[in-house]
Design a protein around this ligand. Structure first.
Ligand SMILES: *[C@@H]1O[C@H](CO)[C@@H](O)[C@H](O)[C@H]1NC(C)=O
Ligand SMILES: *[C@@H]1O[C@H](CO)[C@@H](O)[C@H](O)[C@H]1NC(C)=O
Ligand SMILES: *[C@@H]1O[C@H](CO)[C@@H](O)[C@H](O)[C@H]1NC(C)=O
Ligand SMILES: *[C@@H]1O[C@H](CO)[C@@H](O)[C@H](O)[C@H]1NC(C)=O
Ligand SMILES: CC(=O)N[C@H]1CO[C@H](CO)[C@@H](O)[C@@H]1O
Ligand SMILES: [Ca+2]
Ligand SMILES: [Ca+2]
Length: 597
């Protein structure tokens, strides 16, 4: 509370200048203009919903999710209001990296079904007005891809499809020495020797994931044909994986320098080196532009790029510019990277994190917000179940496209997975002592549909990962029936997003304190919305007028509130006074401002 008072004074001082800034924002908003939102491209109008195909629905009882299982949920997805489904990889794969090691870029793994099942899924989604985006994993193939088998044998034209190099020499026992010191992201040399070819091949990730050689024009053409194949099948776009790893320098004789302050003295640890020669090479943008040109041959297609762990300036480059457009957007992972847990979640931190994206985004580009995915813990586990609704309100009501990982709409939590049950190769590599720090299984467990056995995910008698024990309480069916639930709030938000103040209105952040964050969306001729979030773990009573940097009316009508708030005074439809607003821990409260006559 001491913080509140101090910052209150500061905000009072900034009051006038803030009004001024708000006015500038209104004038300068890139979304000004009267375009009806039907004319926005689809990826600006929808929520992108990430489906982890093993875990949405199992149609054949083998315990693993599949394409028909996803099709059977098309009505659910339509009812949810998400608009776009992004499928994590479903391609044939030996599953050394769970589908990110692809043996055929234009096929479907039998685990997930057939190409006919895929076409049915596409139709089921399109029939309901939903779009379908695919994962595109361009950096490498599986070592079981036929290209690699042929490349090993130096069979033309595949000889140079991968990055091959002669040994630097041979050691005392006659063993070949790799051409340079480059390391795999998964530890150890990035080079693996092939007896048959008497050369090393390069792999940024596992030895089972040889890097494709993007300096080979034919490889580039092959991968463009992969895009065309799926576009011709009617998909609406791609999410591109691991783009920063696409190129390495051409001269393979150079070593990478040791990183300064890396925090590791293990020379086999990826972090030991500064990856100046194997990450973010300038040629990457040329190839991304080539993909953009392929997509632009088709109407209304989207390209989203994953750029993880880079400086913001590097990430923003993937937007391109007006003369060289690249991705529609690179994923915005700042909410994940900057806010690791509830202690990190403060009003100031949210403001800084949102500003960092908005202030660095090139003029005229479109923002996006990612709270979680298949590589991070569940939102409820990172921030607390009491913050689930507030965080969904935040990302669904900010300007831009939100990305929701399946299960977040019902507030699923991380599932404890024993060492025996661990599936994620990244967990397995670290052994029984440390797997829990690295395994991504806890956020990949089956979707919880109802309170029947295996949460209604399968009719079989086992599941590929255990179902979370909380499924009897936390499931879709129960939340649809409940008076108030995470799911109902999510659906209402998905509908509200379609209203003009959210589609093309302005944004302001009237009250930002240590405990409180707020977002205002407003547009002339429409009612204004104010989302107020209590980021703290305690109940807060706040006088918004005292802290606000814009003039707020005395009262407002409650539109939505977190399920944890059971007060009679905040039942939706109630009028609340902004000078004495009470918020329970982690609460989000969405209000309609009542303008005075
Ligand atoms: C030679 O290289 C092999 C394979 O990398 C390694 O196992 C062995 O220890 C090396 N021997 C010497 C003497 O460096
Ligand atoms: C990596 O190298 C770049 C370019 O030489 C340098 O600016 C940067 O500080 C280095 N980073 C580390 C962690 O050593
Ligand atoms: C746009 O990006 C391209 C490629 O990065 C660059 O060469 C060009 O100078 C940029 N143009 C503008 C107007 O910034
Ligand atoms: C939260 O994460 C920060 C790093 O961002 C860490 O320093 C802190 O110890 C964590 N707090 C808890 C309670 O885990
Ligand atoms: C950022 C990143 O490394 N993403 C993926 C890149 O590809 C590897 C190997 O396929 C995956 O394990 C990563 O998740
Ligand atoms: Ca199945
Ligand atoms: Ca590469």
């Amino acid at each position: 509370m001491a913080n509140k008072a101090a910052y209150g004074a500061l905000f009072a001082l900034l009051f006038l200048s803030a009004i001024f800034v708000t006015v500038i924002c209104i004038i300068g908003s890139p979304r000004d203009g009267l375009a009806h939102h039907e004319s926005f491209p689809f990826w600006q109008r929808t929520i992108v919903y990430q489906v982890y195909p093993r875990s949405l629905g199992d149609s054949d009882g083998d315990g693993a999710g599949d394409l028909r299982g996803i099709s059977s949920k098309a009505d659910y997805l339509h009812g949810l209001g998400v608009g776009t489904v992004w499928l994590s990889p479903v391609y044939p794969s030996p599953m050394a990296d769970f589908g990110y090691d692809i043996a055929d870029f234009v096929g479907i793994d039998p685990l997930f079904g057939t190409m006919a099942d895929f076409e049915e899924l596409r139709a089921a989604l399109h029939d309901r007005g939903l779009k379908l985006m695919m994962d595109f994993v361009p950096n490498h193939s599986s070592d079981e891809h036929q290209w690699f088998a042929k490349s090993k044998r130096r069979e033309e034209p595949y000889t140079d499809y991968y990055v091959w190099a002669d040994p630097k020499g041979f050691n005392e026992t006659g063993q070949p020495i790799p051409p340079n010191n480059w390391l795999s992201v998964f530890r150890g040399s990035a080079w693996t020797w092939v007896e048959e070819r008497q050369q090393f091949y390069y792999h940024q990730f596992l030895a089972k994931q040889p890097d494709l050689n993007y300096r080979n024009e034919r490889v580039r053409e092959e991968m463009k044909n992969v895009l065309r194949f799926w576009l011709d099948k009617g998909v609406d776009g791609f999410r591109v994986d691991a783009i920063t790893h696409l190129f390495e320098v051409q001269d393979l004789s150079q070593d990478e320098p040791v990183a300064s302050h890396s925090g590791t003295d293990d020379p086999l640890d990826y972090g030991y080196l500064n990856h100046t020669l194997t990450l973010n090479q300038p040629e990457t943008f040329t190839v991304v532009k080539e993909w953009r040109d392929v997509l632009d041959q088709y109407p209304d297609k989207a390209m989203i790029i994953e750029v993880f762990g880079e400086e913001i300036e590097e990430v923003m480059k993937y937007y391109g510019n007006d003369s060289v457009p690249l991705a529609d957007f690179p994923f915005n992972f700042l909410l994940i990277e900057h806010l690791r847990n509830r202690s990190d979640l403060t009003g100031f931190a949210l403001k800084d994190t949102i500003d960092l994206w908005m202030d660095n985004m090139p003029e005229g580009k479109w923002p996006n917000w990612v709270l979680g995915n298949h590589d991070y813990g569940r939102v409820a586990s990172r921030f607390g179940t009491d913050a689930v609704d507030a965080l969904n309100m935040l990302v669904l009501l900010l300007p831009g496209t939100p990305v929701t990982y399946n299960g977040e709409e019902i507030g699923m939590v991380n599932t404890f997975i024993s060492w025996e049950d661990t599936q994620d190769p990244q967990g397995c590599r670290y052994g029984p002592e440390h797997y829990q720090e690295f395994s991504r299984d806890p956020e990949r467990t089956p979707m919880q549909w109802d309170n029947t056995s295996f949460a209604g995910f399968t009719k079989g008698n086992s599941t590929w990962l255990p179902v979370n024990e909380n499924y009897k309480e936390v499931n879709v069916k129960a939340q649809l029936q409940a008076e108030e639930s995470h799911l109902k709030i999510y659906k209402e938000l998905a509908a509200l997003r379609k209203e003009e103040p959210f589609v093309r209105g302005h944004v302001a952040y009237p009250v930002v304190t240590f405990e409180i964050f707020s977002v205002m969306r407003y547009l002339e001729g429409y009612e204004s919305y104010l989302l107020v979030i209590n980021t703290s773990e305690g109940e807060v009573e706040v006088d918004l007028h005292h802290h606000s940097n814009v003039e707020l009316p005395p009262s407002a009508v409650v539109i939505l509130r977190s399920v944890t708030d059971t007060s009679n005074s905040t039942v939706p439809g109630s009028v609340v006074k902004l000078s004495e607003l009470i918020l329970v821990p982690g609460e989000g409260l969405l209000l309609n401002l009542i303008e005075e006559e």
